[in-house]
Design a protein around this ligand. Structure first.
Ligand SMILES: CC(C)(COP(=O)(O)OP(=O)(O)OC[C@H]1O[C@@H](n2cnc3c(N)ncnc32)[C@H](O)[C@@H]1OP(=O)(O)O)[C@@H](O)C(=O)NCCC(=O)NCCS
Length: 174
C-alpha cells in the first residue's frame, strides 16, 4: 500500500469523514451537513488522508477571525470578508495511521495561509492535545470571558491556540 497522504476532500468523502468523526469524537458530535458546508465554503482547507482505497483521516480548516470560535456543530453561513486567521476546525486520524500526519496537514495549511496573505493559524485544542499543537508551533492564548464561554462548549480541556506565521521559519524547513 502506498504511504498515506493528504488530498483535497470531495463531496463523496463525506460519509467516510462523518464515520471517522463519530468514532474519534463521540462526545463532540457534528452533523454531516456541517462538515459539508465547510467543504463547500473552503475546499482548499478540507483534506482527507488516503491510505490505499480507504480514508483514514480528515482535516478541516477555513478562514476566520482570531479570538472567534465557530460554534460546535454550527453552520458558518459565510466566510468573513477580512479573515485574519486560518482556523483549523479539526484534524482526526484513525489510530493505525497516526505519526507525522498532523504535521503534514498543518504544513499544507501553513502554505495555504501564506499564499492567501493570512498571517495566523488558530485552533481549539481538545482532549490532551495541547502539547502536540505546541510541537507544531501553536501557543495557548489566555481567554477573556467571551472566549471562555465559547470554549466551554468544546469540553473542559479546550484551549484556544494561535500560531503567528510572520517571520517564522516554515515548520517544514526546521
Ligand atoms: C491529533 C492527531 C491527528 C495527530 O496525528 P499524528 O499523526 O499522531 O500527529 P503528528 O505525529 O504529526 O504529531 C505532531 C507532533 O506532535 C507530537 N505528538 C503526537 N502525539 C502527541 C501527544 N499525545 N503528546 C505530545 N506530543 C504528541 C509528535 O511527536 C509530533 O512532533 P514531532 O514531529 O516533533 O515528533 C491524532 O492524534 C488524532 O486523530 N487524535 C484524535 C483526534 C484529535 O484529538 N484531534 C485534535 C483535535 S484538537
Amino acid at each position: 500500500m502506498s504511504k498515506p497522504h493528504w488530498r483535497r476532500a470531495h463531496a463523496t468523502d463525506l460519509a467516510a469523514i462523518s464515520t471517522i468523526a463519530a468514532r474519534i469524537h463521540p462526545d463532540l458530535p457534528e452533523r454531516p451537513d456541517v462538515f459539508a458546508e465547510k467543504m463547500q465554503l473552503y475546499p482548499d482547507g478540507c483534506c482527507v488522508l488516503t491510505a490505499g482505497d480507504a480514508i483514514a483521516g480528515y482535516g478541516l480548516a477555513h478562514p476566520w477571525m482570531q479570538y472567534q470560535i465557530p460554534p460546535l456543530d454550527g453552520f458558518l453561513d459565510r466566510l468573513p470578508d477580512a479573515a485574519d486567521c486560518l482556523y483549523v476546525h479539526d484534524v482526526a486520524v484513525l489510530p493505525g495511521f497516526r505519526g507525522g500526519v498532523a504535521r503534514a496537514y498543518v504544513a499544507q495549511i501553513e502554505q495555504l495561509a501564506r499564499s492567501s496573505g493570512i498571517p495566523t493559524l488558530a485552533l481549539v485544542s481538545v482532549y490532551a492535545t495541547r502539547v502536540l499543537w505546541e510541537r507544531l508551533g501553536f501557543h495557548p492564548v489566555a481567554p477573556d470571558a467571551g472566549l471562555r464561554a465559547k470554549l466551554a462548549t468544546y469540553g473542559a480541556s479546550a484551549t484556544y491556540m494561535l500560531r503567528e506565521l510572520a517571520d517564522q521559519v516554515s515548520e517544514d524547513r526546521r
